[in-house]
Design a protein around this ligand. Structure first.
Ligand code: FES
Ligand SMILES: [Fe+2]
Length: 443
C-alpha cells in the first residue's frame, strides 16, 4: 500500500509566473511588449469597432471612414464608457456617451458638450490622450506595438513573407490556455509522432507516426527542433522553428509525408502565438499553400484548423476525447499549467532551452537591458529555417539511426551556411545541394 502516492502528491504544483504572466507591469508582460505582434485579422477590422483582448488589456480596434486603423484602450477617459459603442468617423472614433472624439493616436479632438475654450477642456486636450498603440496592416494581419515608444523596434521582415508562388490565408485559432503551453508544442517535435500519429489517429500522414532522431539548435533568438525520420526508402527532415518571443514555423502538415522527395519545402504556417491574457491565447497566422507550402485543397477554415492542430475545432466531446489534437493536449493542462509538476526529459530539451532563455531575457529587462530583436540590423530580411525535406536514401548496411541523424545535421548545416545569401540564391543553393546529397546516397 505504501506505493500509492495520491495523497502525498495531491497538492497542485505551482506555475512558472515569470513566463506565464502577460499583464501590463508584470515582468513577462513587459518583455512581450517589446515586440510587434499581430492583434487581429484585417478582415475583422471595420468601421464597426471590435473589442479585442491582447496581453491582458481590453482594447478597441477600428477603422476610420478614411481607412486608418486605430487600436485604443477600451474605456473612454471621460467617464469610462466603452468605445466598442463608439462611432467611427473621418478623423477617429466618437464615444457614444458624451460624444468625445479621439484620433487613431489617441488625441482628444473634440469634447462637444463642453465649452471648447474653457480652461479645463483646453488643458485636458493639451495634456491628456486616450491610450493608443501604433499598428501596421500587412497581408491580411494587423500588427501592433504595445511597448514604450522610445524603444519601438523595426517591424521585422521574415523571408517567409517573400516565398514566391504561395497563397497565404490569414487565420485565427483561439486556445483556452496560457500562451507558453501552445508555444511549447513548436519546440516539441516528438509529440507529432504520438499525438498526431500513434496515439490518436493519423492526423497528417502515416509517416508522422515514425519516431525520428532529434536535434535542437539555439542560435541567437532562433530556436530549431529538427526531427529526422526514416520512412521506407526515404529520409525525412522536418524542422520546427521558434523566433523569440512567439514567431513560429514548421514543415508542411500535408505536403510532405516521407514517401515522395521534397527539397526545402517551406512552412505550412507563418504564425504568432499571442497571449489574450494569462489564461487564453490566440494563434494569428497565415496558412501557406502552393508547391512549397501545403496543398491548395486545404485552403479553407477547416483546412487551417487541421494544419494548426491536427483536427477541426468544432467537434463533439466524444470525438475530442477519442481523437485529441493539439487543442486538447494543451488545454487539458488547465488554463496555466503547473510547470513545477513537469518532469522534463531529453526530448524536452527544446522546451527547456527556449523557456530558460525567455526567463533570462525577462530578468535582463527588469535590470534595464532591452531584449534582442529578430533582425540584427535595420532593413535586414530575417532568414528562417522551418522546412521539410524528403530525400530518397534507402537503408544501407550501416547503423540507420546514426545515418539519418547525420543527414538531418547535414541538411541543417547547409541551411545555416547559406543564410547570408539573397532568398532566391539561397533557395537554389540549398535545393541543388540537397539533390547532390541524394545522388551521392549520403554525405
Ligand atoms: S464617457 Fe465617453 S464621452 Fe463621456
Ligand atoms: Fe501538434
Amino acid at each position: 500500500m505504501k506505493n500509492f502516492r495520491g495523497h502525498k502528491q495531491s497538492k497542485l504544483p505551482k506555475s512558472d509566473d515569470t513566463i506565464s504572466q502577460t499583464g501590463p507591469g508584470t515582468p513577462g508582460g513587459e518583455y512581450l511588449r517589446r515586440y510587434w505582434h499581430p492583434v487581429a485579422l484585417t478582415s475583422e477590422v471595420s468601421t464597426t469597432p471590435l473589442q479585442v483582448r491582447v496581453l491582458s488589456e481590453d482594447l478597441i480596434i477600428f477603422k476610420t471612414t478614411e481607412n486608418k486603423i486605430g487600436l485604443v484602450h477600451k474605456n473612454c477617459p471621460h467617464r469610462r464608457a466603452s468605445l466598442v459603442y463608439g462611432k467611427c468617423e473621418k478623423k477617429g472614433i466618437r464615444c457614444c456617451y458624451h460624444g468625445w472624439l479621439f484620433s487613431t493616436d489617441g488625441e482628444i479632438l473634440e469634447t462637444p458638450g463642453e465649452d471648447p475654450n474653457s480652461k479645463q477642456a483646453t488643458n485636458l486636450r493639451k495634456k491628456f490622450r486616450l491610450g493608443a498603440y501604433p499598428t501596421i496592416e500587412f497581408n491580411g494581419l494587423v500588427f501592433a506595438y504595445m511597448g514604450p515608444t522610445e524603444n519601438i523596434p523595426e517591424f521585422p521582415h521574415y523571408d517567409a513573407f517573400d516565398v514566391p508562388k504561395i497563397t497565404r490565408r490569414p487565420y485565427r485559432i483561439k486556445y483556452k490556455c496560457n500562451w507558453i503551453q501552445v508555444l511549447d508544442a513548436i519546440m516539441d517535435p516528438v509529440h507529432t509522432s504520438f499525438l498526431h500519429g500513434q496515439n490518436s489517429e493519423i492526423q497528417f500522414s502515416k509517416g508522422f507516426a515514425e519516431i525520428g532522431e532529434l536535434e535542437f539548435f539555439e542560435r541567437g533568438v532562433q530556436y530549431l527542433g529538427c526531427n529526422t525520420r526514416r520512412v521506407d526508402d526515404y529520409v525525412w527532415v522536418r524542422v520546427n522553428e521558434l523566433i523569440l518571443p512567439n514567431f513560429t514555423q514548421a514543415g508542411s502538415a500535408f505536403a510532405a509525408d516521407g514517401t515522395r522527395t521534397r527539397y526545402f519545402g517551406r512552412s505550412s504556417f507563418t504564425r504568432w502565438v499571442i497571449p489574450v491574457d494569462d489564461n487564453n491565447c490566440t494563434a494569428l497566422a497565415w496558412a501557406n499553400f502552393g508547391e512549397r507550402g501545403d496543398p491548395i485543397e486545404y485552403n479553407s477554415q477547416e483546412g487551417c484548423e487541421r494544419i494548426e492542430g491536427g483536427e477541426i475545432m468544432n467537434r463533439s466531446w466524444k470525438e475530442r476525447q477519442k481523437h485529441p489534437g493539439d487543442t486538447e493536449a494543451v488545454e487539458g493542462m488547465g488554463p496555466i499549467s503547473a510547470h513545477k509538476g513537469e518532469h522534463l526529459m531529453p526530448t524536452d530539451y527544446g522546451v527547456m532551452i527556449y523557456r530558460r532563455r525567455i526567463r533570462k531575457l525577462i530578468k535582463n529587462l527588469k535590470e534595464g537591458k532591452e531584449p534582442p530583436q529578430p533582425q540584427q540590423k535595420k532593413g535586414e530580411i530575417v532568414k528562417t529555417n522551418g522546412q521539410d525535406t524528403v530525400l530518397r536514401m534507402p537503408k544501407r548496411n550501416i547503423d540507420d539511426r546514426k545515418f539519418i541523424k547525420s543527414i538531418g545535421s547535414a541538411v541543417m548545416k547547409l541551411q545555416f551556411e547559406t543564410e547570408k545569401m539573397p532568398i532566391k540564391e539561397r533557395d537554389n543553393s540549398i535545393i541543388n545541394q540537397l539533390k547532390e546529397m541524394e545522388d551521392r546516397g549520403g554525405l
